[in-house]
Design a protein around this ligand. Structure first.
Ligand SMILES: Cc1cc2nc3c(=O)[nH]c(=O)nc-3n(C[C@H](O)[C@H](O)[C@H](O)COP(=O)(O)OP(=O)(O)OC[C@H]3O[C@@H](n4cnc5c(N)ncnc54)[C@H](O)[C@@H]3O)c2cc1C
Length: 335
């Protein structure tokens, strides 16, 4: 079967779906294709956490400003998709609490240190699985459960051949395929850029029956609230794509989290694993890759935080808007 769309988005992770929502709101006709099932977006902790992400990764003030601006797009985005945004802040519990507090202040975040704990109100969160469900169910989205297996240039359009044998023709194609390899048929320049994306496996332990008021981090782990328990995470396993639970990582993270959160009564536990795609500089690749071809890729460990910013950037590129701050920083052709 053949169908036609103005814009085809390949991949229904948080980047693909947020971009689909943004484009639909701007009046574009969008089709999303994805085989379904879990992805990095659905297993993630959902932290919208520029403050501690920046302080712990020791980034520049400019990068902190960019991530803060990306977070500030969230209240409107959360309201649009009908998702609860929790803004209870986060804490750092470690021997270096004072220096983490100082770093936060130097990066322009609010912070205070009390009793060996650094607190900031600048980190927010959503629950990833319900937020993904809300995105998928958002009215107006046309999601086709299938996999794109080949892209074929067709004059000023692209034809996407799907695993089912169906073909979708579109004027623009947005690649939002997470850490996966380049789809056959892409231009050599697009393949070169996608080949730069590094997979980073991440594992979280979901523990039922425990409660924590706000996200708490310490050396080697974090503990984040969820509806009926807590999430302990997350590993950063570079160049790994395997999805089976890794008991060594689970033990390591639970031991690390146990140093700043009482985990002595750990009961029912479930492991969640996903693979993040990371660009060489850790910022996403969002924008034009070539004629009618765009990227919404590689946000490393901040895909939830950056999704509304990526969506606006891709929609702006399709509309031919002049590049603003996000578009310059996320330009896939910067590599
Ligand atoms: C354990 C863990 C915890 C995390 N915690 C956080 C957090 O707290 N805060 C935060 O901001 N980020 C977090 N992240 C990172 C975040 O989840 C990712 O950056 C983000 O989900 C990436 O989204 P994506 O849309 O790029 O990719 P994905 O979620 O991987 O989605 C890509 C989709 O593309 C589909 N696809 C691929 N190829 C094709 C094809 N050929 N045809 C059709 N579909 C295709 C896949 O099936 C998949 O559904 C975490 C990640 C992990 C693993």
């Amino acid at each position: 079967m053949s169908s036609s769309s103005e814009i085809l988005i390949i991949g229904a992770g948080v980047l693909g779906l947020a971009t689909a929502v943004e484009l639909t709101v701007r009046g574009r006709r969008v089709t999303v294709v994805d085989p379904g099932g879990d992805n990095a977006s659905s297993v993630a902790a959902g932290m919208i956490a520029p403050a501690l992400e920046c302080a712990l990764e020791n980034v520049t003030r400019e990068r902190a400003e960019l991530l803060r601006e990306a977070r500030d797009l969230w209240p409107e985005f959360a309201e649009r998709i009908g998702v609860t945004l929790s803004a209870e802040g986060s804490e750092w519990c470690g021997p270096d609490a004072a220096s983490v507090g100082e770093r936060l202040l130097n990066l322009g975040f609010a912070a205070w240190v009390e009793g060996g704990v650094t607190s900031t109100p600048d980190d927010w969160r959503v629950e990833a699985a319900p937020a993904m469900a809300a995105l998928r169910a958002w009215s107006g989205l046309n999601i086709v459960m299938d996999r794109a297996v080949e892209l074929i240039p067709d004059g000023a359009r692209w034809q996407a051949r799907l695993q089912s044998g169906d073909v979708v023709s579109a004027r623009s194609v947005v690649l939002a395929t997470g850490p996966e390899a380049a789809i056959p048929g892409l231009t050599p320049e697009a393949v070169r850029i996608i080949d730069l994306i590094r997979p980073i496996r991440g594992q979280l332990e979901q523990i039922y029956g425990l409660q924590i008021e706000r996200m708490r981090r310490g050396p080697g782990a974090y503990v984040a609230p969820m509806t009926d328990g807590v999430l302990v995470g997350a590993s950063m396993d570079f160049d790994r794509r395997d999805l089976a639970p890794d008991s060594v990582q689970a033990k390591r993270m639970i031991e690390a989290a146990g140093r700043f959160f009482d985990l002595t009564s750990v009961g029912v536990r479930r492991t969640r694993v996903g693979v993040r795609g990371a660009s060489p500089d850790g910022l996403p690749m969002a924008g034009a890759l070539g004629e009618g071809l765009l990227a919404a890729l590689a946000p490393r460990r901040n895909g939830w935080l950056l999704a509304p910013a990526v969506a606006q950037t891709v929609a702006g590129a399709i509309a031919g808007e002049p590049k603003a701050a996000f578009a310059a920083a996320f330009d896939p052709l910067r590599f």
